[in-house]
Design a protein around this ligand. Structure first.
Ligand code: 5GP
Ligand code: ZN
Length: 133
């Protein structure tokens, strides 16, 4: 574990997070600053810098991406989902530990162009309860 890495510390439980799913290879928790309601990060338990560093680590989090994506769609009534990972500062990466964004999308906010317009509603506790209850 990299002690100066915020996601390693969240994985270790040293920093709290609102977890919605976990398995042996990944944990999924709500993004602190969501673009859309239910915006979730799937984070590898193993430290890797980004999605291109280690194909095995990337592959190991695929089941958690699938399971968490389905959970979000079901529980939040999303009609779509963006699955994306930023690699490098120029692509918008700000935390250098492999993570995949799952951004639920709703019928009134369609399209890739609207992805980065913040329309999340409900506080994180309320959204967390809807997903995990
Ligand atoms: P990136 O910009 O690297 O693709 O994504 C990093 C994401 O992590 C951002 O969307 C940011 O809001 C989120 N984030 C940063 N620090 C924390 C934290 O301590 N807790 C949670 N839950 N999310 C965080
Ligand atoms: Zn890390």
């Amino acid at each position: 574990m990299a002690t100066d890495c915020i996601f390693c510390r969240i994985v270790a439980g040293e920093i709290p997070s609102k977890r919605v799913y976990e398995d042996d290879h990944a944990i999924a928790f709500l993004d602190l600053d969501p673009f859309k309601t239910g915006h979730t990060l799937v984070v590898s338990r193993t430290h890797a810098t980004d999605a291109l560093e280690d194909a095995e680590v990337l592959a190991s989090i695929a089941p958690a991406i699938t399971a968490t994506g389905k959970l979000l769609v079901e529980r939040l009534g999303a009609s779509g989902l963006n699955v994306l990972s930023n690699v490098g500062e120029d692509a918008g990466q700000s935390v250098f530990h492999l993570h995949v964004h799952l951004v639920p999308r709703y019928a009134d906010d369609a399209g890739m162009g609207a992805l980065l317009t913040r329309t999340a509603s409900g506080d994180l506790d309320e959204v967390h309860a809807r997903i995990t209850a």
